[in-house]
Ligand binder design. Structure first.
Ligand SMILES: [Zn+2]
Length: 755
């Protein structure tokens, strides 16, 4: 989702132009160090081999390697040996986590006809690993509650809160019903959560061909899209906190204090099961009731009805609720000069099945980065800061490996961590960069220097031009053309950056290429080496490009005399998030005022077909005006401080980027290291205390994507306006703290430059 960039405070527009460094400059480097750095970076980029990435993928995706499987552990040990052979100081950190696996899965249509769902993805002769049946996890949703229920079926579209409002207008309740929702539009765990909140007793999630099947393109194995038998496995953990459900907030070490299963808040309230479009078709075909609203219809060859019934469904789900070991591989290349500052990099290694794309396309390239860093090390290069590569286990069930590791090491991380760079699945096409915008100038500088493998552009230019092509307005296009840095989209959760950013307050980047794969087999047995090498980044040139971008960013972060951050894009983004809160309030005030007027005028009675009755929307009280003043004042201070730091950077460059005194660098780095931590509040979000970051967090009812300033925004979305306003001072305080830290850094840099 792209949002128009606005400058609510005129002053804030200045650093937008001043922030990106000029040609030949490297943010954070004196001119002499920059020259040396460029040589090492060139060697690094030249050393990356697409063939090695392919061979890493062949090995790591050769067998199913979910949490608790033999090959998961085998992969971790193989990765460990690789890191060691490349000169890293590497070890495995083991945790013990709750990981349910299926014991019973039944889905039957009992009325008006009988049908039993296959719940199977058949092996394909052409795809050699698809037949490794004995090692494959069956199709299921992890952390579904156990249950055995029989009820009428209701189709709920994506199963969002808005979808249930629409159902209410059709006069349909899901109380006591089993719902069937299609995949898409946010985190799958939201679907059973919202269904249970509305009184449903079971939830089925299916893959509609409109989303990732034959409506999009040829299906597997003729093409790359999901076939009618393909199923998306996945976790349905609730959104209170990620990681092991039994050890919220602390590492799941052997001796950790654990909740009982009954106490764990993140297990669903009702049984959930994912199915293929082939299994869904007879169920949807057996629904009566109103025809589904236009936007709810998918691409199955049936008229979509909402129900309830006459379809009567039996759903039974039971799991083995075992605690299983997970194996994080942590590999360190100690820094020489500023070894107590850590630059971290991670990608998970566990998959639902073979996981060639998710996550091995990312893991395979990350390992190639580490190999070439080892080659550089052997040739005489040593990082200034300590580099830590992390191959996480247990990401798929709920970010288990990274969350438990961060929870275990949070005190050290908050003292030492400069940044965390994440990747996960990689495809082909356009560079995506999400994260905290203080790293936006750095990643843009890096991306300008990497050639797109299939077009004449740099990966930076290609991403920028695609943003322009997708822009919704002339204003947005004009803003994009003016920018000298890639817009960095805020992240919520959905991969291993979550604990670093949302819990520990560490600057974060998430990188990958995508947009031009010929399909997806997300979380299916068909996400295999055969599939990937026929339909995704078939020649691994985008794997190579990602290794070049991510590895160069790691080198740049690890070696810079002072930490290469620029806060102007971040201050601008946070200003935009606040603008969005005000715009949302205004929009809701206008919407409810208009709705009230139309109800009184009789618009609804007059326009609804009397033979297809529709219940008028409820009268909503018009939201009161809210005061955002403390937040606006704090953001103003942030923008002034960020601008001051950007100007100090410009002054540094204007002086020819001189070598700074060691004592000045030490002070400056210490101050820069503190800034991103200032966005935390130890109390966390009002109803999700695990999430400490006051700017970056996922939505409680959307998941994946960011809901910036969630403390305020979440209450606004729940129409609790006074509670929302009550959160403003707390967020403002965090922003003001960050502003003060940036101001201190600016003062340090100015002092270092003073004659
Ligand atoms: Zn993944």
């Amino acid at each position: 989702m792209k949002i128009r960039i606005s400058c609510s405070i005129v002053f804030a527009c200045l650093p937008l132009i001043a922030s990106a460094s000029g040609e030949g400059e490297l943010l954070g480097y004196d001119s002499q160090a920059a020259g040396v750095q460029r040589d090492w970076e060139q060697k690094f980029q030249d050393g990356i081999s697409a063939d090695n990435i392919r061979e890493n993928m062949r090995r790591l995706s050769a067998r199913p390697h979910n949490v608790g499987s033999a090959y998961d552990k085998d992969n971790a040990e193989w990765i460990l040996a690789k890191f060691k052979s490349w000169g890293f100081d590497a070890k495995i950190e083991k945790f013990e986590v709750l990981f349910p696996t299926p014991k019973t899965r039944v889905l039957e249509l009992l009325e008006p006809t009988r049908f039993r769902a296959s719940l199977q993805e058949p092996a394909l002769a052409v795809d050699p690993t698809s037949g490794q049946t004995a090692e494959q996890l069956p199709t299921y949703n992890a952390y579904s509650a156990d249950g055995d229920v029989r009820a009428r079926l209701v189709y709920v579209n994506y199963g969002s809160r808005e979808d249930y409002e629409e159902l209410a207008r059709l006069g349909i309740s899901v109380q006591g019903a089993i719902v069937i929702a299609r995949y898409g539009e946010g985190w799958r765990g939201i679907k059973p959560k919202v269904a249970a909140e509305h009184g449903a007793i079971g939830c089925i999630i299916y893959s509609d061909p409109a989303g990732d099947g034959y409506f999009q393109g040829e299906t597997y194995p003729a093409g790359g899209w999901r076939s009618k038998q393909g199923v998306q496995r996945g976790s349905v953990m609730d959104t209170d906190y990620p990681g092991d459900p039994l050890t919220p907030g602390v590492g799941a070490t052997t001796d950790a204090k654990r909740l009982s299963l009954a106490e764990a808040k993140t297990i669903t309230k009702i049984p959930v099961l994912p199915i293929s479009s082939g299994d869904a078709l007879p169920l949807l075909a057996a629904l009566g009731g109103p025809v589904a609203p236009k936007a709810w219809r998918g691409a199955l060859p049936v008229t979509y009805h909402v129900g309830p019934g006459p379809a009567l469904v039996h759903l039974q789900v039971a799991s083995n609720w075992d605690v299983k070991p997970i194996y994080d591989v942590i590999a360190t290349l100690p820094g020489t000069q500023d070894g107590d500052q850590w630059v971290l990099r991670g990608n998970h290694h566990d998959a639902w099945v073979n996981g060639a794309e998710d996550p091995i396309s990312g893991q395979a390239e990350m390992l190639e980065e580490a190999r070439v860093l080892g080659v550089l090390h052997a040739a005489g290069w040593t990082p200034k800061r300590t580099i830590i590569y992390c191959a996480w286990d247990g990401e798929e069930p709920g970010l288990l490996g990274s969350v438990e590791w961060v929870e275990t090491h949070v005190a050290e991380l908050q003292q030492h961590a400069v940044s965390y760079l994440n990747s996960d699945s990689n495809g082909r096409g356009f560079l995506f960069a999400g994260g905290t915008q203080d790293l936006g100038v750095l990643v843009s500088e890096v991306a300008r220097g990497i050639r797109d493998p299939e077009t004449p552009f740099s990966v930076y230019e290609r991403a920028r031009l695609s943003d322009i092509a997708e822009a919704k307005s002339a204003d947005e296009r004009a803003d994009l053309r003016k920018r000298q840095d890639l817009p960095i989209e805020a992240l919520g959760d959905g991969s291993d950056f979550t604990a670093f950013q949302d819990f520990a307050g560490i600057s974060t980047l998430d990188l990958g290429f995508g947009g031009e794969e010929a399909g997806t087999q997300y979380h299916s047995i068909y996400d295999s080496f055969y599939w990937y090498t026929h339909f995704a980044d078939t020649s691994f040139v985008y794997g190579r490009a990602l290794a070049q971008v991510a590895g160069t960013a790691m080198l740049r972060l690890a070696d810079a005399p002072f930490i290469p951050v620029d806060y102007a894009p971040q201050a601008e983004a946070i200003g935009k998030y606040e603008d969005e809160l005000e715009a949302l309030l205004k929009q809701k005030q206008d919407e409810y005022t208009e709705r009230d007027l139309e109800l009184r005028e009789g618009v609804f009675v007059a326009t609804v077909d009397p033979r297809k009755p529709l219940i008028a929307p409820p009268v909503e009280p018009v939201p009161p005006f809210m005061s955002f003043a403390p937040l606006k004042n704090a953001i103003n201070a942030l923008q002034i401080s960020a601008s001051r730091y950007s100007k100090a950077l410009a002054a540094y460059r204007a002086k020819g980027s001189p070598l700074l005194a060691a004592s000045a660098l030490k002070k400056l780095n210490a101050d820069l290291l503190r800034v991103s931590r200032a966005f935390l509040n130890e109390k966390g979000l009002p109803e999700r205390p695990w999430f400490k970051n006051q700017i970056y967090a996922p939505g409680a009812y959307t998941g994946y994507g960011a809901k910036p300033i969630a403390a305020v925004r979440e209450y606004m979305d729940q129409r609790q306006w006074l509670k929302a306003e009550g959160q403003v001072p707390q967020v403002a305080q965090a922003v003001a703290n960050a502003a003060a830290n940036i101001d201190q850094a600016a003062q340090d840099l100015e002092a270092a430059l003073a004659p």
